[in-house]
Design a protein around this ligand. Structure first.
Ligand code: DX5
Ligand code: ZN
Length: 216
């Protein structure tokens, strides 16, 4: 397929050359720019915040796909919108009132997503699936780039694809963590339609060509 989305994750970019790396993504076949926000509480790492996001937005010619690995995201949704977010994805595990949070994201005019940690079952989405635009299945434990892919992800994609076919056919099924050309075809075959890739893109010699390969 080639109607799937590809979203390079700038967590793996060179932060001292962020403009250069954003321009590389602009010039590539990538659809979205994946922006990982980590608060050091929900995940054991801190990435970057609003000033960096705003700087990215100034150069980005593609939508910012923002993945919030933070507790109590409701407090900051408007700030992320203001910093340039086009998609806002919150973690299922971080939201006590997920339905309210999803609708708050939509009210801001953003694509609304929910992310699942590797241990969180797809079945828990049963009563929210019709309300979301995007589900992000974590294929590593969130917090760091460059980790190895968890094989149980394929089963979860198939379950989500079935749920989506029945209840939300336009759903984005996005996979994040350890994605490479070794697993991309199998992920798409299982039902994924959006792939995030950090290290695989940024550690490759020809990043534009690598993105084009992921897009095939
Ligand atoms: C992990 C982040 C991912 C990460 C992916 O916590 O959510 O988006 O950047 O990086 P790779 O592709 O290197 O696993
Ligand atoms: Zn991510």
């Amino acid at each position: 397929t080639n109607d799937h989305k590809v979203a390079p994750s700038i967590l793996a970019a060179d932060f001292a050359n962020l403009q250069r790396d954003i321009e590389m993504i602009n010039a590539s076949a990538a659809d979205w720019i994946h922006v990982d926000i980590m608060d050091g509480v929900f995940v054991p790492n801190i990435s970057f915040g609003f000033p960096v996001m705003k700087a990215v937005k100034q150069h980005a010619k593609k939508p910012l796909d923002v993945h919030l690995m933070i507790t109590d995201p409701d407090r900051y949704l408007a700030d992320f919108k203001n910093a340039g977010a086009d998609h806002i994805t919150v973690h299922y595990e971080a939201c006590t009132h997920l339905h309210r949070t999803i609708h708050a994201i939509k009210d801001l005019g953003c694509v609304a997503g929910v992310a699942l940690n590797p241990h969180t079952p797809v079945a828990l989405l049963d009563d929210i699936i019709a309300d979301v635009d995007l589900v992000l299945i974590m294929s590593v434990n969130p917090g760091f780039g460059g980790q190895s892919f968890i094989e149980n992800t394929y089963k979860k994609i198939k379950e989500l694809k079935a749920l989506s076919a029945e209840r939300n056919p336009n759903l984005f099924i996005e996979i994040d963590g350890g994605v490479s050309l070794q697993n991309s075809a199998k992920l798409l075959e299982a039902g994924a339609n959006a792939l995030v890739a950090g290290n695989f893109v940024f550690s490759s010699k020809d990043q534009i060509a690598t993105i084009a390969e992921l897009k095939k």
